[in-house]
Design a protein around this ligand. Structure first.
Ligand SMILES: NC(=O)c1ccc[n+]([C@@H]2O[C@H](COP(=O)([O-])OP(=O)(O)OC[C@H]3O[C@@H](n4cnc5c(N)ncnc54)[C@H](O)[C@@H]3O)[C@@H](O)[C@H]2O)c1
Ligand SMILES: [Zn+2]
Length: 368
């Protein structure tokens, strides 16, 4: 088991990473002086797998199980969680536990933030993406019909417990999508991890549990270091947008139906690497290295039918834009180049380049 500290304006907290930690939650919380949990919230998929047994272990009523899916990441579910907490007599000093992927932990964190003007919560992420990304950094929230995560706030949990043993039941496509964020984190902040990826990417689907622990710890360290320095995304936190400016545009252009978030990030990393190479930020060797890492995350749904105009239109509406447009985070030889202003022509060229990869990326990789 490994523990990583995250600093935040509201509260410092630990991310504990290891195998078979869910059953140890009561002692992990008690050791850190955290109040016993009062309620567990999960969803219809993760509840039967992990949420119910956890609630039993905590001697609590069965968990509230929300419907599963990004389309349910809405204010009405937050309201439902709050009413349920009220009905179960959860008071201000109590702690609510969210068990599930990023959709669930974002919603439970948001409910904890607004319920009785804010109560404590514990995040138990059960997807790779939620372990390495969503549960670290304190962002919580839900979607609006106009766009993703438009309603939310910073409300860090008191504790994050990433039990890598839960990855065993995660569908392979979700695991691959989460690996895109692992590649991103490795590129941003841990070249040692990249070396590990170079060795392991071929058969990451059957990685031993200790390797998962190593990868999750590596990524959490990168994110923890970045958000501890810049919680509100004034500077350094922008590095975490690597692959995301194009990635978000691909997701939006396909109406969030075709691509999982991590798959869109894979395409985003490929496209942004092309832009970075033509700007001289990324060497040919490093372009190849990043591409090779993404190739192991195949099959990826294709994006070559999306026109450059549509992608540019979505970039123009990116919520991270400022008066000058978007400050891109581009991959560079030593990590990330922040604040780059990218022209429409550069985007067009990058899309033309990655369109050539479409058929090959739709195939499963051959194992080495
Ligand atoms: N707060 C942040 O900083 C932050 C960062 C990145 C992403 N996010 C958010 O995270 C969300 C995406 O999260 P996600 O990729 O975890 O998707 P998700 O929460 O939809 O989970 C993916 C699927 O896997 C299922 N699942 C979860 N754990 C499982 C397990 N162990 N075994 C079997 N099935 C399991 C889920 O029920 C779901 O069907 C998005 O809404 C995104 O906005 C937030
Ligand atoms: Zn992401």
């Amino acid at each position: 088991m490994k523990e990583i500290e995250v600093s935040s304006a509201q509260t410092d907290y630990s991310v504990v990473v290891g195998a078979d930690l869910l059953r140890r939650l009561p002692e992990l919380a008690a050791e850190r002086g955290i109040n016993a949990a009062a309620a567990v919230v999960s969803n219809s998929t993760v509840g039967p797998l992990y949420g119910r047994s956890l609630a039993e272990r905590l001697a609590l009523a069965p968990p509230l199980e929300l419907p599963d899916g990004e389309r349910f990441k809405q204010w009405n579910q937050v309201e439902r969680v709050c009413s349920w907490l009220l009905d179960h007599g959860v008071h201000r000093g109590a702690t609510v536990v969210g068990v599930g992927g990023g959709v669930l932990t974002d919603m439970v964190g948001f409910a904890a933030a607004v319920y009785l003007r804010g109560i404590s919560w514990i995040a138990l992420p059960t997807t790779l993406l939620a372990m390495v990304d969503a549960s670290v950094g304190g962002k919580t929230g839900v979607n609006l019909p106009q766009g993703k995560n438009l309603l939310g706030c910073f409300w860090p949990p008191l504790l994050v417990v990433a039990d890598v043993a839960t990855l065993v039941t995660l569908p392979p496509r979700e695991l691959r999508a989460g690996m895109a964020e692992v590649v991103k984190s490795a590129w941003i902040g841990d070249r040692g991890m990249l070396a590990l990826l170079d060795r392991e990417l071929t058969d990451y689907q059957c990685l031993p549990i200790e390797r998962w622990q190593e990868l999750v710890v590596g990524c959490v360290k990168v994110k923890a270091e970045v958000v501890s320095e810049d919680e509100r995304e004034a500077g350094r936190r922008q590095a975490l947008n690597l692959g995301h400016t194009l990635g978000h545009a691909f997701e939006a252009a396909t109406e969030y139906q075709r691509l999982l978030h991590g798959e869109a990030v894979s395409w985003g990393l490929l496209g942004e690497a092309v832009i970075a190479t033509s700007r001289g930020l990324l060497s040919g060797d490093n372009l190849h290295r990043l591409r090779t890492a993404i190739e192991y995350l195949r099959p990826l749904p294709r994006v070559d039918d999306i026109t450059a105009d549509v992608v540019l239109e979505h970039i123009a509406h990116d919520k991270k834009r400022d008066d000058l447009g978007i400050a891109w985070a581009l991959p560079s030889d030593d990590g990330v180049a922040l604040g780059s202003r990218v022209s429409a022509d550069e985007v067009r060229e990058a899309l033309a380049e990655i369109a050539k990869l479409g058929p090959a990326m739709a195939e499963r990789p051959a194992m080495r």
